[in-house]
Design a protein around this ligand. Structure first.
Ligand code: ASP
Length: 575
């Protein structure tokens, strides 16, 4: 079994109604008389008068032997008083933590009756998702769901402890807030007292935490609720929680160290193992080697630059006279990929935007077999083998095109060729640093921030801000786990003059900036310290652990496509 967080239960279960939790009982309790409370998980008749009741509470399940229990049904809420005794010889159940014992001579008090549940409370039954959401309170009785919530609580506990330990102060920031240019669509709340005005729910506490830095709080954190009115996806909900933090008088390295401490502690709490130091790649390295700004370092081959193999524009193969040529080596792939599979790979590459895909099989003597081999010189063929380090039996896949296309296509193919689920196998965290400040131009030709409008440009690139904005790097960074983006952060702009230059580039006029975030700009005029921060998505982090179970661990879960939207079993209110 994977070591995981403890059950998260306190050691003091007794209340005026019970002495113990049933799932906690062990052989050492034999002889004790106990009172237990919980739900009837299962009832098995044994002869006419004897019944075995599996009693479930949050700690687990224990078998109770009851005389004449015929009125008991599944999910009845009961109080059972009896004596702990060893199970009869040969009937111990190794699969159950309480499997060596049972509770005998039981008196049963029905605390509440229950209708038959809408689906069995069992991890073995795959119930319909809508039913699970509509009756989430029944769904959450399942062991797996409870384990997910226990895991999530263990993770938040570890994160808090790590932040407290590093001198961060937990501060709650307002939920009724104002629009901020962070990139997501926001939920709007009409104001009753000032008709025509409205609040906005925070897409993150970004500006609030920056104000806290101006206020001299020095190190802030919060398990923050963020609300974004965006299209739902498997890893995207309207509301989610993140470990949000900000610190003053720090460099990027300081922020990465704070976050690493918290995330590695949480990982240890969740899995029992502390991963080693988190690797680092610049954005450019990640894009060149893995074709992605959220690379999965576990799986698949790296992208190899093949440009130097070809004398510029002189190769006999026209398609290789492209700005960028890269290849990936599929170890031992030669035999696995017959003609049909190669055609399917080519179609896939085309659907990802490539004009084509060149494949090459490495024959036993080391020469390349490929439909395009006859167009390439011996030096070029040898160069491909040398650069990709391909060995006999390997397959080499090559794409030639504009650089972004080559990266995107091969970046996806390397994942298609074999990628374990996010929570399985090793856990490879990686920092991606030096993102471009802007990710491209919008329809009006204005740069679009890659992170958000408060991100500090790289100091070496500041003078190109207006002349060549797309070449400017930022001081922003992401944390990635097994190909999932867990969170982002940046060193912020703390000087009003740089902030004004960014707003000007984004087409936000001075008057507009003053009207929308005058509060921030004015704060910056009253002594803003250099500062930076980060946010780690909590559910994404938890989903990276075994049994983390991704969105299933989210209590507040919205059913996609349901109309009206189903919000953890509650229909949206209608006016
Ligand atoms: N506010 C950012 C976010 O929610 C995180 C940060 O830059 O600290 O993604």
């Amino acid at each position: 079994m994977t070591p995981g967080p403890s059950s998260g239960l306190s050691a003091q279960p007794a209340t005026s109604m019970r002495t113990d939790r049933g799932g906690d009982l062990r052989a050492g309790d034999v002889g004790r008389s106990v009172s237990l409370c919980g739900w009837v998980a299962r009832r098995r008749e044994h002869g006419e008068h004897l019944a075995f009741i599996d009693l479930r509470d949050r700690s687990g399940v224990v078998q109770c032997v009851v005389d004449g229990a015929s009125e008991l049904r599944s999910e009845f809420v009961v109080r059972i008083t009896g004596t702990v005794r060893p199970r009869p010889e040969g009937t111990a159940n190794d699969d159950l933590a309480t499997g060596e014992i049972e509770v005998g001579d039981c008196q049963v008090e029905v605390l509440n009756q229950a209708e038959p549940p809408p689906f069995p409370v069992s991890d073995r039954v795959d119930a319909d998702e809508t039913a699970r959401l509509r009756h989430r309170y029944v769904d959450l009785r399942r062991e797996r769901m409870q384990r997910n919530l226990v895991m999530r609580a263990a993770v938040t506990r570890a994160l808090r402890a790590a932040m407290d330990g590093q001198g961060f102060l937990e501060v709650e920031t307002p939920l009724l807030w104002v629009p901020t240019p962070e990139g997501a669509r926001e939920f709007v709340i009409p104001s009753r007292l000032q008709p025509g005005n409205f609040y906005v729910l925070p897409q993150s506490p970004q500006l609030a935490k920056q104000l806290l830095m101006v206020a001299g709080l020095d190190r802030y954190y919060q398990i923050a609720r963020c609300l974004r009115d965006e299209d739902l996806r498997a890893d995207r909900q309207f509301e989610f929680a993140q470990l949000d933090l900000e610190a003053s008088f720090v460099s990027q390295d300081d922020v990465l160290a704070f976050v690493a401490e918290a995330v590695l502690d949480a990982t240890e709490a969740a899995t029992g193992e502390r991963p080693g130091e988190i690797e680092r790649l610049t954005w450019t390295e990640a894009m060149e080697r893995f074709g992605s700004d959220k690379p999965d370092l576990r799986a698949g081959p790296e992208l190899v630059e093949l440009g130097p193999v070809f004398v510029f524009a002189a190769t006999g193969f026209k398609a290789f006279q492209a700005p960028c040529i890269k290849g990936i080596r599929v170890e031992g792939g030669s035999g696995d990929f017959g003609r049909n599979k190669l055609d399917a790979l080519t179609d896939r590459a085309k659907s990802l935007g490539a004009k084509g895909l060149v494949w090459m099989r490495v024959k036993p003597e080391g020469e390349l077999e490929s439909p395009v081999a006859k167009f390439l010189s011996a030096d070029e063929l040898a160069g491909i083998v040398a650069r990709t380090e391909a060995a006999p039996g390997d397959l080499v896949l090559v794409v030639a095109d504009e650089r972004p296309t080559v990266r995107a296509v091969l970046g996806q193919l390397r994942l298609d060729l074999g990628r374990p689920p996010v929570s399985e196998g090793e856990r490879r965290f990686v920092w991606i640093t030096e993102f471009p400040l802007f990710e491209g131009l919008d329809g009006d030709g204005r740069p679009v921030p890659a992170h958000h409008a408060f991100t500090m440009p790289h100091p070496d690139d500041l003078d190109r801000l207006e002349s060549d904005p797309l070449s400017v790097r930022s001081q922003s960074y992401d944390l990635v786990l097994n190909g999932w983006e867990l969170g982002s952060g940046s060193i912020r702009i703390h000087r009003a003059d740089i902030q004004s230059r960014i707003f000007a580039l984004l087409g936000i006029s001075e008057a507009d900036a003053e009207a929308r975030f005058g509060f921030l700009l004015s704060a910056f005029r009253y002594g803003a310290p250099p500062h930076g921060g980060f946010a780690v998505g909590l559910d994404r982090l938890v989903a990276g652990y075994p049994h983390g179970a991704g969105r299933n661990s989210v209590l507040l879960y919205v059913r996609r496509g349901a109309n009206p939207p189903l919000y953890i079993g509650v229909d949206l209110a209608r006016r």
